[in-house]
Structure formats: structure tokens, C-alpha cells
Design a protein around this ligand. Structure first.
Ligand code: BTN
Length: 244
């Protein structure tokens, strides 16, 4: 799969920009919108994504998939795997906090925002990723949840461009596998990176909180929570709080 790059000095959000301009992109390629700074970076559940200039990676991948693709909703989980693989290549020990946060030592280092717009038989995918590459401790402390950066963990600066190239390589290597087999082909690897497995967690489904044990991830990427009544409750989206 080929990539077309769009590099922006400063933008409100690469996600918002992509949604406004995608009709001008080549639908047969992956368009990669990279910004050096975002003034209105967006996270999941309408949260703000702190995006200071020049230190980190703020990227949206745009591509089209068939509406029939069974793993549309799991695309963010697959990008989290790619990101975790790249961090492992630097000797780090990344884990994935379901559905698609990448964490190091229980602190968030990368977040993924996956949005879809349907159009006839096509799904337009806007897959955003923010990675704290070179954020210093003083900035990390301003984030409203425990956060870290690669620099803080490795004690050295890394090139955001190099990390992005490595993520693109993972995309290219596994694109056909994803199209043909969907999330199923990545399920085992996802569970290998899964944080808090068999631990007590709280899941927020956008409205309510549910407490239980993180049992497993199903073959389509949903989370299986073992409830106090010993029944399994399945979540297709949500947010985990852990450790409790
Ligand atoms: C989350 O963890 O809540 C998701 C964060 C996603 C942030 C990225 S940064 C690039 C892209 N543009 C945005 O406005 N958001 C995503």
C-alpha cells in the first residue's frame, strides 16, 4: 500500500482537517496527514489532546475500506499493535489498554481516535494517532491522566519522523493480511500486548461504569468483562480504568 504525505505546520486538528478535505485525496492510497502542532487536538469521548509544537507525533491516516469489511471497528486496535511493535523495537515494554491506548509503565504514551464516515458502499476511515515522543515531564504533568513520553522512558530524544516511518512499514507489511483476514489474524498478538488481563478493572461505556475482571478479547476485538455474577458482559467500545 502506498502513502501520500501532507505535512502541516499548524492546524486545529489533523482529524478535522482530513474530514474537510478527504474528497480531494487519492482513494486508492493511504493519505497521511501530519501536523507539527495542533490547536484543537481531539481525543476519544470529546477529550482534548494536548499538542504542543514540534515535540510529538500528530497524524491522521485516511483511507477507504469496503462497508462490508468485518473489522472496520477494530482498525484502531490494529494500529495500536503497530505502535506497540515499534515501541518494542526501541527496547520498551509497551502494553495496550483496550481498546487502543498504548501505555508504558501504566502511563499513557499514545492514543488513537478512529472515526468512520459512510458513503454508499464505502467506509471513509479517519484513523488518528497521537504519540508523546519527546514531551518533557513538566508538560506531561499537565495531562489529566497518568501520561509519559518515549523520551521520558528511554532518557533520550527520538525522531518522530523515524517512528512514523516505522509505523507506515508495519501498515504496508500487514495491509493485505488485514483486508483478507481482518482482526482475527491479529487477535493473538493483541492479547499478548493486552494490559490488565485477569485483573480487576472498571469499564466506562460512555454512560455507565461496570466493575469486573478483564477476562479476554473476543475474535472481533470486543472486550469480555467477567461480572461479579460470573456472567460475561461484552463491550464493543468504551474506556478502561485500572488498576483499581
Ligand atoms: C485518545 O486517546 O483519546 C485519542 C487521541 C488521538 C489524538 C490524535 S493526534 C492526531 C489526531 N488529530 C486529532 O485531533 N486527534 C488525533
Amino acid at each position: 500500500m502506498d502513502f501520500i504525505d501532507i505535512v502541516l505546520e499548524k492546524v486545529d486538528s489533523t482529524q478535522t482537517f482530513a474530514k474537510k478535505t478527504y474528497k480531494t485525496y487519492d482513494p486508492k492510497k493511504i493519505t497521511c496527514i501530519l501536523a507539527l502542532e495542533q490547536t484543537k487536538g481531539r481525543g476519544r469521548f470529546n477529550r482534548h489532546w494536548l499538542s504542543p509544537k514540534g515535540e510529538n507525533l500528530y497524524v491522521t491516516f485516511y483511507f477507504q475500506l469496503s462497508k462490508e469489511n468485518k473489522s472496520l471497528t477494530a482498525i484502531g486496535l490494529i494500529l495500536a499493535i503497530f505502535c506497540a511493535r515499534v515501541m518494542s523495537s526501541y527496547g520498551l515494554n509497551p502494553k495496550i489498554k483496550w481498546p487502543n491506548d498504548v501505555i508504558l509503565n501504566n502511563k499513557k504514551v499514545a492514543g488513537i481516535l478512529s472515526e468512520v464516515e459512510f458513503e454508499k458502499d464505502i467506509a471513509n476511515i479517519f484513523l488518528g494517532i497521537g504519540i508523546n515522543v519527546n514531551t518533557d515531564k513538566t508538560v506531561l504533568e499537565k495531562i489529566d491522566q497518568p501520561a509519559t513520553s518515549i523520551k521520558h522512558e528511554l532518557k533520550k530524544e527520538l525522531s518522530g519522523a523515524e517512528i512514523l516511518e516505522k509505523i507506515k512499514k508495519e501498515f504496508s507489511k500487514d495491509w493485505d493480511k488485514f483486508i483478507k483476514e481482518g482482526f482475527l489474524a491479529f487477535h493473538e498478538e493483541f492479547e499478548k500486548f493486552l494490559a490488565f488481563k485477569k485483573e480487576k478493572i472498571k469499564v466506562f461505556d460512555g454512560q455507565n461504569y461496570f466493575e469486573g475482571i478483564l477476562d479476554s478479547i473476543s475474535f472481533d476485538g470486543q472486550l469480555n468483562l467477567l461480572m461479579p455474577n460470573q456472567k460475561i458482559k461484552r463491550f464493543s467500545s468504551g474506556d478502561i480504568q485500572a488498576p483499581l
